[in-house]
Ligand binder design. Sequence first.
Ligand code: SIN
Length: 486
Amino acid sequence: MINLENTALFKDKAYIDGIWKSAQNGKTFVVTNPYNQQELAQVSDFGPEDIPPVIKAAESAFHIWKKKTAAERAIILRKWYELQIEHAEDLARILTTEQGKPFPEALGEIKYGASFVEWFAEEAKRVYGDVIPGHGEDKRIVVIKQPIGVVVAITPWNFPNAMITRKVAPALAAGCSVVIKPSEETPLSALALAVLAEKAGIPKGVFNIVTTTDSANVGKVLTDSPVVKKLSFTGSTPVGKQLMRQSADTVKKISLELGGNAPFIVFDDAVLEEAVQGAIASKYRNAGQTCVCANRIYVQEGIYDAFVALFTEEVRKLKVGNGFEEGVEIGPLINSKAVQKVNSLIDDALEKGGKIKLGAKSESNENTLFQPTIMSDVTSEMKFAKEEIFGPVAPIFKFKTDEEVIEAANNTEYGLASYFYGNNMNRVWKVAEGLEYGMVGINTGMISTAVAPFGGIKESGNGREGSKYGMDDFLEIKYLCFGGVQ
Ligand code: SIN
């Protein structure tokens, strides 16, 4: 069980049209704690047959919500933000229990998540249009922006709170209604957000949560529906591509935040201690389970030995364990499948000549506590160079020249986040412009914030979340051409 001050935040039913609902066939699924595999809840397991009424509810609510003034929507969103801050500790308790990340990090995610709601409550009032000089004496042209309609948000388990608010806040601010499908690993954080959404005054049908283990079939009904105008997905590249294909027949607008393979480059002129701390922050956040985690660490030959030595010394201090235990900085991986994947990447590197400097493979796939691990003598032939690790393993590559490392860093189908440390101003610009990524951290390992446009290029997806750009994906542009003006 989860120890909460406000027990009303614990829900185990889907939230549809303002009602907590079971699946029509009464099915439920079990949610467990990834640290000790203890059962936390039996949650409504919706099937494809449960979805049409959800879409209908969202459609009806859209026509009411879009008519509210921007200021009215802003007040409700602000209230939702305030409630999230008021209940931050309980939301973080739910998050640590179902996802595993250490409690201080979970609290950080709740505040990060709430910051999107605060930001878009303000942006709601700034959906400006345009006036364009007409193309004839009698012509006047005005551009307006309107909410796109019913939005589907499919969100991952690694950020059970913030990936919902980052999609839903701009959608609601724009005047859209939403159907959210959280990961089956972490539905409780999503349902707690619904409790607060209702309390904040978000009208019934505007904010719906479908809980399910049948993601493929439920996703198909959602993407097939012509009523759903927009899909926003965060998750793996293969699933993103599948959703993109499924959305083609109804020509939906889509935003995809998919996999990453972030290079983290340390040049000879970097400040060593800062580069080490940046690498730790980027690599080991959420036990390495973020799309923007450093995946490949490239260190220039002149600083390589010093970097590996200090990085190893500092990573050795990281404590792994129960996210509620004092001082724990790395929680469990989400499940045994995740452990198996990371183990197999280490095996591949060992077979090809890689060396473990610190840590080790997990001795059993059932043990979700994975020691922070560092591997040296890593080469581009190893799977580490190509695949997203999603675990606390840092492979370190050596390089000689700027050109060589830019080419290696870009040699991937992914293009989400990248990082580098260095101080020569010419090089800083050259490398920043040369990296084929949507986001570049320069002398920092932490780039995520509500005020900047988060998103990728290449097969890491499209669309931007957060910032002044984050609203665009939920709006349609319409131009009004007035003729016959005397
Ligand atoms: C992600 O891993 O998908 C999101 C990470 C972030 O927002 O920083």
